[in-house]
Design a protein around this ligand. Structure first.
Ligand SMILES: [Fe+2]
Length: 469
């Protein structure tokens, strides 16, 4: 059955506040208890206006609760400021990635200009990407902008908005912070300092306070390589001793974004793919906050998700979901789906799973023809005459499996399996895959009419360690 792209063109018009039971098809493991809370763009209309891009919809929180008597389902719209302003005006007022908001006030042009330059006019607070823990502060709906919303995991109600621009002075963030075993969490943010844009790493403590956000401490600050174009960093990697920040050629053009905010253009018009540029890897020591000095670069690719990173011998292994270019961001305009839905797969790169191996030390005298990788991987690293270490990835899979998940006990450690949704959209409907990263073997599951979105791994009690079960 071919992929039905109209699944991306749907509107969630109503909430399901009261949990309901449904009918179960297949079987749910008898030991599974707890709640799965999903976040994503869902409400695509306010009044007669529709969002133009799939990623723009107002956030809908959905919860499946696995109980003794069977699962229940409930959902609720996130009460972001954007949602409330749009609802009050019954139209789309706040701009999103691909949709320009419609101005509703009658203020003077000068007043409008001043408002447009204020920080929270640059970004919407529609946090529709993920639900995460932020240290001991609770559960938050999150997106790339610095506005997050504390939610109640029981009722899905929005409790309060936290402005990380005010809290710690950052401009945007990875929507995939990493939770540590002690309950603290770590994330990477964009900021601007005297020398230009920076990637800043903060730690949020485990201590819980119901009324305030955890007080964060800065661990490291890394200069972006382009002064007006920090890169999009949707996720980052962490090993036992290091952070890994891949700096891809998809960037946020700061000048263009400010201009766009005045002209009320959508966010996507401020993104720039810098052609013919490589991916630069920043490796930062977790203890000292210092970046390794030598320059590590690989062929260009677009990525959103790092699957896992770990140290082995004198190397860091980085596995990630990679695409040639960020074309998918432009394919998912609603107009394109409606007009080219049957052939959309032709536009979409299937991606690959890449393994890149980073050496942790590089001798200045090493010969250019000597491969620095002695790990038994097909990935290579050669030191060029200008000192740059050029990395060539190993291809673990010729097809990408997106929104990767894995046994969290192996995060940052050598591992065997991850799970993801197939990016092969030309002949399949939403397959789920278990990928063995050692051999590249892929086991897939699919059912007509069922489309995988975000996967979550829960280890079966008593399953052998690192069995992916
Ligand atoms: Fe993501």
């Amino acid at each position: 059955m071919p992929y039905d792209f109209s699944t991306f063109d749907r509107n969630c018009a109503k909430e399901q506040e009261t949990p309901i039971s449904g009918s179960v098809t297949g079987s749910i493991p008898s030991w599974l208890r707890g709640s799965l809370i999903l976040n994503g763009p869902g409400k695509m209309k306010f009044g007669d206006q529709e969002y133009l891009h799939v990623f723009d919809g107002a956030a809908v929180l959905q919860k499946v609760n696995f109980t003794e008597t069977g699962p229940t389902y409930s959902s609720k719209f996130l009460r972001s400021s954007a949602f409330q302003v749009n609802s009050e005006n019954d139209q789309i007022v706040v701009s999103e990635l691909g949709t320009k908001g419609t101005s509703v006030n009658n203020k003077s042009a000068l007043q409008k200009l001043g408002e447009k330059f204020s920080f929270d006019k640059l970004f919407s607070d529609n946090a529709q990407v993920n639900v995460v823990r932020y240290g001991g502060g609770g559960y938050y709906a999150i997106t790339e902008s610095p506005f997050i919303h504390k939610i109640c995991p029981k009722t899905l109600e929005t409790i309060r908005k936290v402005d990380l621009h005010k809290e710690i002075g950052v401009n945007s963030q990875c929507p995939h912070p990493i939770q540590l075993n002690d309950g603290s969490s770590i994330n990477v943010f964009h900021n601007v300092g005297a020398t230009g844009p920076k990637y800043e790493i903060y730690k949020f403590p485990a201590q819980d306070s119901p009324d305030s956000f955890p007080k964060a401490s800065k661990i490291a600050s890394v200069d972006a390589r382009w002064k007006l174009n920090p890169c999009l960093m949707h996720s980052f990697g962490m090993t036992e001793h290091y952070f890994v920040l891949p700096e891809q050629p998809l960037t946020l053009d700061v000048k263009q974004m400010v201009t766009n905010s005045v002209k009320e253009k959508p966010f996507i018009d401020g993104m720039e793919w810098i052609k013919d540029k490589l991916v630069k890897f920043h490796v930062v020591c977790r203890d000292t906050g210092k970046e390794l000095k030598f320059r590590l670069k690989s062929e260009a690719f677009f990525y959103l998700h790092i699957i896992n990173c770990y140290e082995e011998d004198k190397f860091i292994v980085v596995d990630l979901c990679a695409f040639k270019k960020p074309d998918m961001l432009y394919s998912f305009f609603i107009k394109n789906i409606r007009e080219n839905g049957q052939n959309l797969w032709k536009e979409l790169d299937r991606g690959t799973i890449k393994r890149i191996v980073l050496p942790l030390s590089v001798n200045d005298k090493v010969a250019p023809e000597e491969n620095l990788i002695t790990l038994g991987s097909k990935a290579t690293a050669y030191r060029q005459k200008d000192g740059v270490v050029l990395l060539t990835p190993e291809e673990i899979s010729p097809i990408c499996y997106e929104n990767p998940t894995m046994n969290p006990n192996f995060y940052g450690r050598k591992y065997s399996y991850f799970f993801g949704a197939s990016s092969d959209m030309d002949d399949s409907c939403g397959k789920v895959a278990k990928v063995d990263v050692r051999s590249g073997e892929v086991k897939q599951w699919s059912k007509d009419g069922v489309y995988a979105c975000v996967l979550s791994f829960v280890a079966r009690p008593g399953a052998p360690a690192d069995s992916g079960r």
